[in-house]
Design a protein around this ligand. Structure first.
Ligand code: NAD
Length: 479
């Protein structure tokens, strides 16, 4: 049955997707599994060459992909950045994976028993399932798929039903590299397709909300497969008294409203030291008021509409709840419908309290609740309130002062004197704390290595021990 897709700029259903029937998904999974052994038998350098080829193919389809993503998301500049980031991600793994795989495999390793040595081999999972969200549709569909391919797995991707227009052009680019096309496929569909996939794969890499992540984890446990979960956040930013309030306002604004706040690593709570709260807030409000909507021209402006119109309602409900409980709106505060799209200008609110949904639940919109604190201990306690622990930020007059506070914040990645750096940095591993995720890091070497099981070959070059070596008399005598 076809599913219609809403255009975020017009509010009209102008696209349809065709989810596969369950039996067709199973047949596709079988086809990918059949192709996987020859893919994993290739030398890592040869797989890397094919990934390089895919980067070139995506480059040839660059404009069509940007146009599709722009229609999916209602913003153009970040769509171009997404395509270029995807190409760079392919090239990066093509360059680094072969050496990383080589370093993990070894033979002739000594053990405590002189006649026994070991060899370690990496055995890739056969078929990896990727389920991805709508906020950065292309890069999040491929961020786990690329290292899984580099590892020698086959990959089946199910992107969000909210933003599926990029799938067909991407499949055309993939088709230009037959070796990759044999082991990589992307299916259209909603949560039902995602749920059906979990029963067909050997590993699931999921990016999305905590609520869905929990269901995916439960289903993965039932299917007895590992689940790598990258979920939501409620990231705090701490602005210490020694920070420059004007620069801090710039950083807080960008880190909160980029992509209309629809980023997992968006700053969603700001805590500022009383000494600099006044100039900080004045600058934040002034800068927030200068942010332009990309309406009516998608190629002019700073932020776009909500990608999912339901998200606009969630954000408005959080704001209404906060206002009803005593919060004050300094700027923004009301979703506007322009040409059928739902927009929210950057919204700064104060007098917020921990019982407000805007302080505890993920907002995923351009909303900046600001709380004043008196001591660093208070700031850390505020930051560590709540269930999430994806990332955070600390701004101070010196790196050392910020780092000392950052080390006390319960989050997997803490930006020092900047915000949302976890969206830019891929080299270093990080865990998700709290309900923000489970499983090995997607960043750093484990981004690739999590797609392997380790196999040890244990070589006996001496004479195997007879049963008599374990007999009661011998063991007792030696004691
Ligand atoms: P979502 O959980 O609603 O959907 C994510 C994907 O799961 C979609 O493809 C959806 O079709 C699929 N799905 C829904 N029900 C399913 C089920 N029962 N079984 C399997 N798959 C199912 O999330 P969303 O609204 O698309 O994305 C926004 C969320 O993603 C936010 O919470 C955001 O913070 C999070 N996110 C996290 C990261 C990260 O790296 N930690 C990155 C981006 C987004």
């Amino acid at each position: 049955m076809s599913l219609s897709v809403i255009n975020p700029r017009t509010g009209e259903a102008d696209y349809t997707i065709e989810p596969l029937a369950g039996s067709d998904i199973a047949a596709l999974a079988r086809r990918l599994r059949e192709a996987q052994p020859s893919w994993s038998a290739l030398e890592p350098y040869d797989r890397a060459k094919h990934l390089h080829g895919l980067a070139d193919a995506i480059g040839r389809h660059r404009q069509v992909l940007i146009d599709a993503l722009t229609a999916d998301t209602g913003r153009a500049g970040l769509s171009a950045i997404e395509v270029d980031t995807t190409i760079r991600t392919l090239l990066r793994w093509a360059q680094t994976a072969p050496e990383l795989i080589r370093r993990q495999q070894s033979s002739g390793n000594p053990t405590a028993i002189p006649s026994i040595t070991t060899s370690t081999r990496l055995a890739p999972y056969g078929l990896v399932g990727v389920i991805s969200p709508w906020n950065f549709p292309l890069i999040l569909a491929l961020i786990d798929a690329i290292p899984a391919l580099a590892a020698g797995c086959a990959v089946l991707i199910k992107p969000s039903e909210v933003t599926p227009r990029f799938i067909r052009p991407l499949m055309r680019a993939i088709a230009e590299i037959p070796a990759v096309a044999g082991v990589l496929s992307i299916v259209e569909g909603d949560g039902r397709t995602g749920a059906a996939m979990i029963e067909l794969v050997d590993f699931v890499a999921f990016t999305g909300s905590v609520a869905t992540g929990r269901k995916v984890a439960e289903n993965a446990a039932r299917a007895f497969i590992p689940a790598s979960l990258e979920l939501g956040g409620k990231d705090p930013m701490l602005v210490l008294a020694s920070a420059d309030p004007l620069k801090a306002a710039d950083t807080a604004l960008r880190a909160s409203v980029l992509n209309t706040g629809q980023a997992c690593q968006s700053i969603e709570r700001v805590y500022v030291a009383r000494d600099i709260a006044e100039p900080f807030l004045a600058a934040l409000v002034e800068k927030a008021q200068r942010v332009r909507l990309n309406y009516p021209d998608v190629r002019a402006g700073d932020i776009g509409p909500f990608i999912l119109q339901k998200q606009a309602q969630i954000v408005q409900a959080q704001l209404d709840d906060a206002i009803a409980k005593g919060a004050r709106v300094l700027t923004g505060g009301r979703v506007e419908v322009l040409g059928g799209g739902h927009y929210l200008r950057p919204t700064v609110i104060v007098d917020v309290t921990p019982d407000m949904a805007v302080m505890t639940e993920e907002t995923f919109g351009p909303v900046i609740p600001v709380t004043v604190f008196d001591t660093a201990d208070q700031a850390v306690a505020h930051a560590n309130a709540g269930l999430y622990g994806l990332s955070a930020a600390v701004l101070a007059g010196s790196i050392e002062e910020a780092e000392a506070v950052a080390a006390r914040v319960c989050a997997g990645g803490v930006s020092i004197n900047d915000g949302s750096l976890t969206g830019l940095v891929w080299e270093t591993e990080k865990s998700s704390f709290g309900v923000s995720g489970l499983g090995p890091s997607r960043m750093g070497e484990s981004g690739l290595l999590r797609f392997f099981r380790k196999q040890v070959l244990i070589r006996q070059s001496g004479a195997p021990l007879p049963l008599s070596a374990y007999s009661e008399d011998v063991v007792t005598a030696e004691k």
